[in-house]
Ligand binder design. Structure first.
Ligand code: HEC
Length: 151
């Protein structure tokens, strides 16, 4: 009985991962760009609030949460074959796959910086948020300079 359940579970999992691999590169590219739009909007949301005379900490927290959520998904959105060769419009450079360890490190830097921003937002102290912001922005630039084509 147990064996049968294990076999069924394995089959189900196998099918689930097959479905992931069956996703067309164009769909993956669209999904990752949508995720970067969330990241970009959240990043700007924090910056806009920071510049106000009376920043809204609840807005900053919401943006920091969205940013951290989006950041944790970045590295999963770059399977092999989802670069310029896929034929869909993308700013992803081939270097992402040629220097994949560097790219993954860059994505991990974003995850770490976005978690720090979440902690800063939860401190309810705007100065802590302001102090965490440049390092966060540095992770965007660090990756874009190496791995994202200019417009
Ligand atoms: C690990 C690398 C990496 C990091 C870190 C990174 N990006 Fe990007 N970003 C990319 C790549 C690659 C693209 C191009 C994706 C594509 O076109 O398929 C992109 C695209 C974008 C886009 C355009 C989305 C669209 O298609 O409209 C925005 C906006 C963006 N990033 C914002 C940010 C911000 C803000 C940060 C930092 C908080 C950041 N990114 C961090 C690699 C990164």
């Amino acid at each position: 009985m147990n064996r049968k359940i294990t076999a069924i579970a394995a089959l189900t999992l196998g099918l689930a991962s097959a479905a992931v691999y069956a996703a067309k590169p164009a769909d993956i590219i669209a999904a990752r760009q949508a995720n970067f739009k969330v990241i970009g909007k959240s990043f700007k949301g924090i910056m806009d609030e920071m510049r106000k005379p009376a920043p809204d900490m609840a807005m900053i927290k919401a943006s920091a949460n969205a940013l951290a959520g989006g950041s944790s998904k970045v590295s999963g959105y770059f399977p092999k074959g989802s670069g310029p060769e896929a034929g869909a419009k993308t700013h992803a450079l081939p270097a992402i796959w040629a220097k994949n360890a560097d790219f993954k490190k860059s994505a991990a830097n974003l995850v770490a910086a976005s978690k720090k921003m979440q902690l800063a937002a939860n401190s309810n102290n705007i100065d802590t948020v302001k102090a965490a912001f440049p390092a966060l922005g540095g992770t965007c630039k660090g990756c874009h300079d190496q791995f994202k084509a200019k417009d």
